[in-house]
Design a binder for this molecule. Structure first.
Ligand code: URA
Length: 440
């Protein structure tokens, strides 16, 4: 067996055996398969695709390339969620405490923002003192004591993914369903979960721009999870416009706290509850999703989810007083309004442009080592559907560094589409995909 022959067979459309996939991935990690050969292999997979069996093997091999989290001391069903990433996506900060308050054990492994999408770890680290870097034993203790933890991925988990992702990033092979499935599921399976809920975002601010591609990814994720014995459900959710009213790290934490306190934007509340309900259902705590939704609403309304969030912040070393007093969070020194040039209704807000504006202000990073400013970002004053007069504020930009402010203001203004008619209200929840059969 040689890397050359395996690349050739994949290039020509053949189905690879488990041994061949293992040879490529393990050989690459061992230094026996060169970067340029792995790059060619990834491009061949990009064009030819993989069968379900190949995708399953790829995921298994990537999972086996590293360590797994030992959560055996944690009693109860361990369920996580994964989002394919969006703009203003602070849902994890609401979902994890709601699910934990309802009795789910939530060992959440999250990522950092890159490009126009934000990352949960960056948002959380805007809470003074909060740490996200914990050893496996500490994650088990946190989940045991608090019901949830939100931590970064340890370097020992799925090293094949890290190495392959770095090549995909520079060879235009990111948007490839089997490679995304292997990447996401190898990391999730390493966390020793009992079930997984996937939030697959669709639209301008998402990784998958069309319903068709998002549905294909969601189906491949749940089918492969099923083949690997991990019960999974996928929700397709709308990411045409930013989620909620804020984009930027500390601003999004404040909004998540508002939702946990019973307020906040309805789209953040509803989408969070829908995802948390699926986690509660998959954990076996309610027999049907509708009952799980009632339970999720109850723990939000009675304040127990907020209480879990407060305990979580304290347990991970953060300033828990900031949960009841968000003025303790970082704030930008300056704000600037972006106003409407005409009367009418807001018919669309381009999530990608808003994400790029926030990135330009310093809220995100263009390379993995960029520093971020936790305080900057923007608030949407006039969401989709709002009626405005000329000169009314559409958004408020929160800024510190004057370098990016003019471009950010222009981008934010251009992101708003105004029209004469009020658009029909749309739900963020597009559809739910469940696996048709369960692994025996
Ligand atoms: N997120 C991941 O973790 N991996 C991918 O390949 C794409 C998105």
């Amino acid at each position: 067996m040689t890397a050359y022959e395996i690349i050739l067979r994949k290039r020509d459309g053949d189905e690879l055996s488990s041994d061949e996939i293992r040879f490529m991935v393990e050989g690459f990690l061992a230094g026996d398969v060169a970067d340029y050969q792995m790059s060619a292999f990834l491009m061949a997979v990009f064009f030819v695709g993989m069968t379900d069996a190949e995708t399953e093997t790829l995921t298994r091999v990537m999972l086996g390339s590293g360590a797994t989290l030992d959560l055996s001391r944690v009693e109860g069903a361990k369920v996580d969620k994964h989002s394919t990433g969006g703009v203003g996506d602070k849902l994890s900060l609401v979902i994890a405490p709601v699910a934990a308050a309802a009795g789910v054990r939530v060992p959440m492994i999250s990522g950092r923002g890159l490009g126009h999408t934000g990352g949960t770890l960056d948002k959380l680290e805007s809470i003074p003192g909060l740490k996200t870097d914990f050893a496996s034993g500490d994650v088990a203790r946190l989940v045991d004591e608090v019901g949830m933890a939100i931590v970064g991925q340890s370097p020992e988990v799925a090293p094949a993914d890290r190495r392959m992702y770095a090549l995909r990033d520079v060879t235009a092979t990111i948007e490839c369903v089997p490679l995304i499935v292997g990447s996401i599921l190898s990391k999730k399976l390493a966390a020793g979960l009992d079930a997984l809920v996937l939030d697959v975002k669709v639209g301008r601010g998402a990784f998958m721009g069309t319903l068709e591609t998002a549905r294909r990814l969601a189906q491949a994720l749940i089918a492969t999870a099923d083949r690997l014995g991990l019960p999974a459900v996928a929700l397709l959710t709308d990411m045409e416009s930013p989620l909620g009213r804020t984009v930027g790290n500390a601003l999004e934490v404040v909004e998540a706290i508002d939702v946990l306190s019973g307020g906040g934007p309805p789209d953040v509340r509803e989408t969070s509850l829908a995802i948390a309900a699926r986690m509660i259902h998959l954990a076996g705590l309610e027999p049907v999703p509708a009952a799980a939704l009632v339970r999720a609403e109850a723990v939000l309304t009675d304040g127990s989810a907020l209480g879990v969030f407060e305990r979580f912040v304290a347990a991970q070393g953060g300033d828990a007083a900031a949960v009841r007093d968000p003025s303790r969070l970082p704030r930008a020194a300056n704000t600037r309004e972006v106003v409407s040039p005409r009367p009418g209704h807001v018919v669309a807000i381009d999530a990608l442009e808003i994400g790029l504006a926030s990135l330009g202000l310093g809220a995100g990073r263009t390379t993995v080592d960029d520093p971020i400013d936790p305080a900057v970002g923007l608030e949407i004053v006039a969401p989709v559907g709002a009626a405005v007069s000329a000169g009314d504020p559409l958004a408020v930009v929160h800024w510190n560094d004057p370098t990016g402010i003019a471009a950010a203001v222009d981008r934010v203004g251009a992101a708003f589409a105004l029209g004469d008619e009020r658009p029909e209200p749309r739900s963020r929840l597009i559809e739910v995909l469940e696996c048709e059969h369960r692994a025996p």
